[in-house]
Design a binder for this molecule. Structure first.
Ligand code: SAM
Length: 244
């Protein structure tokens, strides 16, 4: 992370915008790895893990020493050599291809900032449930349409949305169209339960200042967005769910 962004982030815990999304995901993955390692025969060799909608960066990378088989799946194939941390990559539409992996393949699945892009999130949740072995764990991060800025963004005409998205994203390749079909804490809980997930842990966190930290103006708008709803957990910009 560039030093100027680190400086921008340093003030956030002082303003109560903590823990960060990455810290929550790290904690949930730690717990998922610990649970899975304790309940699978594959423990001595490491776990079988899927990054579903892997893009180019993965919070599973630090867990590599504990992973025997690290699979990435995305609707867009990566540039050659772009994902050296993976053992395998599969081009998969997570909403549509239920046979992409055999049932009960994975011990842990991470799907990070993907659900907001899904055309059919409930189908995706059913697929993820099917690919997860019983006792395995899914960790999801996604945006919350109950945040006023996210709500306003989703209400805009799509050409305007596209222009705004490019303003806050590092590259055009990071600007995926937002659908937001299942993007509130309660919709996620309902959708995941309908797909057969249980033992849900739902956390919300202000993430806009971090996500938009590329320039001072976007960072300050993000910070304002985070502070506006800091006292209203169900409206914070980002949702992290861990489900079994
Ligand atoms: C915002 S990026 C997040 C990438 C990465 N997980 C991360 O945390 O940085 C969203 C990713 O989801 C992928 N994606 C969107 N819809 C998908 C679908 N239906 N099936 C598989 N991947 C999808 C996109 O191609 C993109 O790589």
């Amino acid at each position: 992370m560039p030093a100027r962004e680190r400086r921008r982030f340093a003030i956030l815990p002082w303003l109560g915008i903590r823990p960060s999304t990455s810290e929550i995901v790290k904690r949930e993955l730690e717990s998922a790895f610990a649970d899975s390692a304790g309940s699978t025969d594959s423990q001595p060799k490491g776990l079988t893990v899927l990054d579903a909608g892997c893009g180019r960066v993965s919070q599973l990378k630090p867990f590599r020493p504990r992973i025997a088989r690290f699979v990435g799946a995305d609707i867009h194939p990566p540039a050659p050599g772009a994902l050296p941390h993976l053992d395998e990559f599969a081009t998969v539409d997570l909403c549509a291809e239920s046979d992409a992996f055999p049932p009960a393949t994975f011990d842990v699945i991470l799907s990070s900032f993907t659900v907001e892009h899904f055309a059919d999130p409930e189908a995706a949740f059913r697929n993820l449930r099917g690919w997860l072995r019983p006792g395995g764990r899914l960790v999801i991060t996604t945006v919350n349409r109950r945040h006023p800025f996210v709500w306003a963004y989703l209400a805009m005409p799509s050409p305007l949305r596209g222009r705004l998205q490019r303003l806050v994203k590092a590259t055009a390749a990071d600007a995926h169209p937002l659908v937001g079909a299942c993007n509130s804490p309660s919709d996620l809980e309902r959708g995941l339960a309908a797909a057969g997930f249980g033992d849900l842990r739902v956390t919300t966190v202000g993430h806009l200042a971090r996500a938009w930290s590329r320039s001072w103006p976007t960072y300050l708008v993000g910070l304002l967005g985070d502070l506006l709803v800091q006292g209203l957990p169900s409206r914070r910009s980002t949702i992290v769910v861990s489900a079994g």
